[in-house]
Design a protein around this ligand. Structure first.
Ligand code: ARG
Length: 458
């Protein structure tokens, strides 16, 4: 049954109906659609626009429809134009004239804008909980590996000594920002468009503040055109999700590297690794590769939304029906990624001996050697040059700064004495990096506490 009876002589062409319909992807909002309709009918009754008898019929009818869809007793008609049409049609079939009064002082334009906001509000709560869980896993691991010395990299070249705990906490910081961005976007999303009607409000004496309050919004949207035209919240959330996927993708890339025999800094649990169909020795980090790959989908969803909106005149245009597939896909994808990523990280084992070995091999204490000379009064640039010569000498002789004899040091600069070996000791180099935000184990332990505190803030 089509909603636009009266004006038309014919039903919509069946194939065109499939094209026009959004039921395939909007039926997941049936609960929100029903919640919104109950709130709307309650307000209509409170304002004397419909009778208490009609309200009771509408409310009971909608609740029954909701329960039957949930139990599988009522199947959503795949030929319906959208979930709003289906629910209203089903209600009218059950309760007659009362069902036909539900749509007084409402349009599908404000209805769909409402349903998406309600649906995404739940999705945002779930996402927030997943991010909290991920940050707390990171904190646990960071605490466990607060002392594990590893090379820090720039240009993927060994650079300076850090700790594995410190490295993990860098991701915790990014995820805390993601949580903040999410909360911030929700603040702007959680305003109610219901009652804006098609675009121009209504002449009925409606109470938009009442429906907004009943549905848990912070208030009602203040411009009827904006209320039905606005999809900023979809674009904001897709942006936030894209940035989150950048973070997960970078983390995934590092895990791929760390799992390789070239690094072997970590071992993933068998339950979160895959094998090869031909190479019996293989253990692959497929989950992280998939996350890296799926980041593209989410960026694509963001582009879909931006492009869809950019040339639209106010107010509602059918183009906007495309919003749901994009934003739902972005949320579904991120949720799936996190559902696999969190337990994978939780069961991951680090191999600090291998990190330590890599740290010993890359001259990552060269800056500390130069700093030692600075401590003896040499200007930093001269100390840098002398240390560079020492590194070149070590490479030529196949030695490290730790194994180079003192006389060789002194040949290059007579300020060196026995104390240099203590100064370039990796544990000491890390332990002394206590500057704010630095990788020293004591910093890591303090930062874990700070991050845990922020992570629990609602
Ligand atoms: N199915 C539509 C959507 O998802 C419903 C909105 C109203 N449609 C309309 N032609 N005014 O956007």
């Amino acid at each position: 049954m089509q909603l636009w009876q009266g004006r038309f002589q014919k039903a919509l062409d069946p194939k065109t109906n499939d094209f026009n319909s959004s039921i395939r992807f909007d039926s997941r909002m049936f609960r929100e659609d029903i919640d919104g309709s109950i709130a709307h009918a309650t307000m209509l009754c409170a304002q004397g626009i419909i009778s208490a008898e009609d309200l009771a019929l509408i409310t009971d009818g909608l609740k029954a429809i909701c329960a039957e869809i949930e139990s599988g007793k009522l199947e959503i008609d795949p030929n319906a134009e959208d979930i709003h049409t289906f629910v209203e049609g089903e209600l009218t079939a059950r309760v007659g004239a009362a069902g036909k009064r539900l749509h007084t002082a409402r349009s599908r334009n404000d209805q769909v804008a409402l349903d998406i906001r309600l649906y995404l509000r739940k999705a945002c709560n779930e996402l927030y909980a997943q991010l909290t869980e991920l940050v707390s896993v990171l904190c646990k691991k960071a605490e466990q590996y607060a002392d594990a010395v590893m090379p820090g990299y720039t240009h993927l070249q060994r650079a300076q000594p850090i700790t594995f705990g410190h490295h993990l906490l860098a991701y915790a910081e990014m995820l805390l920002r993601d949580k903040e961005r999410l909360q911030d976007a929700v603040k702007r999303m959680n305003v109610c468009p219901l009652g804006a009607c098609a675009l121009a409000g209504t002449t009925y004496n409606t109470d938009r503040e009442m429906t907004a309050r009943d549905l848990g919004f912070s208030g009602a949207m203040q411009n009827s055109l904006d209320a039905v035209s606005d999809r900023d919240f979809c674009m904001e959330l897709a942006s936030m999700l894209s940035i989150l996927m950048v973070h997960l993708s970078r983390f995934s890339e590092e895990i791929v590297l760390w799992c390789s025999w070239e690094f072997k800094f970590i071992e993933l649990d068998d339950a979160f690794s895959t094998g090869s169909s031909i190479m019996p020795q293989k253990k692959n980090p497929d989950i992280t590769e998939l996350i890296r790959g799926k980041s593209g989908r989410v960026f694509g969803d963001l582009m879909t939304l931006l492009t869809m909106m950019k040339g639209l005149p106010l107010a509602y245009n059918k183009d906007m029906q495309e919003d749901k597939e994009a934003i739902f896909d972005a949320f579904d994808t991120v949720k799936m990624c996190l559902t696999a990523f969190i337990p994978m990280l939780d069961t991951m084992t680090a191999l600090p001996e291998n990190m330590r070995k890599a740290a010993a091999g890359g001259f990552i204490n060269a800056t500390d050697c130069a700093d030692y000379l600075v401590g003896k009064g040499l200007p930093f640039r001269d100390a840098y040059k002398a240390t560079g010569e020492l590194v070149a000498l070590c490479i030529k002789k196949g030695l490290t700064l730790e194994t180079l004899p003192l006389c060789e040091y002194q040949n290059i600069c007579d300020l060196f004495d026995e104390g240099v070996y203590e100064a370039i000791n990796l544990d000491k180099c890390v332990k002394d990096r206590t500057s704010l935000g630095g990788p020293a184990p004591e910093n890591v332990r303090a930062q874990v506490k700070r991050v845990q505190g922020l992570n629990q803030n609602k």
